[in-house]
Design a protein around this ligand. Structure first.
Ligand SMILES: *Cc1c(COP(=O)(O)O)cnc(C)c1O
Length: 418
């Protein structure tokens, strides 16, 4: 069971709202830090372990800096993400540039910064060489294709994904790199997303360790690192269970000894680039009830909308909702909780059992710390909210102001008077 508690009391939240009008996202720094430590501890057995936070999940330098202080790097896939990482003091090989369909200028920027470049396709070897030159270290993203199973665990449907090299291309790619004088090699994969079954991650490690052994046997290449990508899920629903990181760590350790150590491939750096599990559960979208509406259904209209959190509208995802101060009331009302877009998808919850809701109530939507604010957009002239940081000492700091109408107009070329 995942407990859906708030990191502040009703009174504390009311004080915060006095200073920062709703809606806003607020992130719990202490919880982010202790979760990061839990992840690193689960892999403390490894000769070296590196987590590169997927910047796209929460692209805010204040968050990236907190993670950097915990020893976490950055996983970027665009120029702005590279720049955000640098702003947070994450530099050089603490950045992995794991992009696809990449423009030349972004490869050039990644090379200049000294980021580890992870190529998505065999044709990008030539493209990278032509536009930026080959760096000392190159990594490839592997797509295992159909029917890859590890034990009884099917790990996603990689053949439907646009990403990565086929197995034949992986071997050909490393052969080409070797021929071109590249000396340091990494390998990457990401075949699952928002997965809660811990055995899937152990299955991915099993597949990759086998591949690394095969590459050694066929090409004589000693891999410097393996990157298992992101994809560790979080318990959005109260009845779900968080991934047992310790279990995953120990499962991978056993395979490391059986496959990597036994084949003389130790030391191999173990890397991941999780986003969701690093910040997701530690962010909250705070909103006020503007309207109630009773037609064919009962609606509660918030001052937030899908511009602040797309996941329910985009994927039908569940996000838990707490009506602040009514935590102990019975869930004896059923509401659709909506935003204000002229778009019927704009609902945070459909047919949700909740306590009685009144206009002016504060509603907190849980698990918005990753892929929340970041996915926001300006459709219907909706402006993005502020992001706040709840610091370990209880003080709140604004780490991004809310957009204004002027921001929305900033890129316009206004028509001349006629
Ligand atoms: C999105 C993404 C991640 C992070 O995924 P999470 O589900 O947030 O862990 C990591 N690596 C790549 C290449 C991605 O595209």
């Amino acid at each position: 069971m995942a407990e859906k508690k708030l990191p502040f009391t009703k009174e504390q939240l009311e004080e915060i709202i006095k200073e920062y009008p709703t809606p806003f996202h607020i992130y719990d720094e202490a919880a982010i830090r202790s979760n990061a430590r839990r992840l690193l501890a689960a892999f403390s057995w490894a000769p070296e372990y590196k987590e590169y936070f997927a910047v796209k999940a929460t692209p805010n330098p204040s968050i990236l800096k907190i993670l950097r202080e915990e020893g976490i790097g950055a996983d970027c896939s665009s120029l702005p993400e590279l720049l955000l990482s640098e702003m947070a003091g994450i530099t050089g090989e603490n950045i992995i540039f794991s992009s696809n369909d990449t423009p030349a200028a972004e490869f050039q920027a990644a090379k200049k910064i000294g980021a580890i470049i992870n190529l998505d396709d065999i044709s990008h070897i030539e493209y990278l060489e032509k536009h930026a030159g080959l760096p000392d270290i190159v990594s490839f993203r592997y797509n295992p294709g159909p029917l890859m199973q590890s034990g009884n665990t099917i790990i996603g449907y990689p053949e439907e994904a646009k990403y990565g090299f086929t197995k034949a291309q992986i071997f050909e790619g490393y052969r080409i790199l070797k021929e071109k004088g590249v000396k340091r090699f990494g390998i990457h994969t990401m075949v699952i997303s928002n997965e809660l079954n811990p055995d899937c991650f152990i299955g991915t490690a099993n597949m990759m360790f086998d591949l690394i052994v095969e590459i050694k046997q066929q090409l004589g290449i000693n891999m410097e690192f393996v990157n298992f990508g992101g994809g560790i899920g979080i318990p959005y629903k109260p009845e779900q269970e968080a991934v047992d990181l310790e279990y995953v760590g120990q499962g991978i350790k056993k395979l490391y000894e059986e496959k990597i150590v036994a084949n003389g491939l130790h030391p191999l750096r173990i890397c991941m680039e999780c986003g969701r599990m690093i910040t997701g559960p530690y962010g909250y979208l705070v909103s006020k009830v503007l309207h109630k509406k009773e037609t064919y259904k009962n609606y509660v209209g918030l001052d937030a909308c899908m511009a602040n959190l797309m996941r329910p509208a985009l994927y039908g995802s569940y996000h838990h909702i707490t009506v602040v101060g009514k935590e102990n009331l019975p869930l004896d009302h059923v509401y659709d909780v909506t935003g204000s877009l002229c778009e019927n998808n704009d609902k945070f919850a459909i047919d949700r059992a909740l306590p009685v809701i009144d206009i002016g109530d504060t509603v907190v939507i849980h698990d918005t710390g990753a892929h929340g604010f970041a996915m926001g957009f300006n459709y219907n002239g909706k402006l993005r909210s502020a992001e706040l940081l709840l610091q370990p000492n209880g003080e709140v700091k604004m780490i991004r102001r809310a957009e204004t109408v002027a921001d929305y107009f900033a890129t316009l070329e206004l028509p001349k008077e006629n």
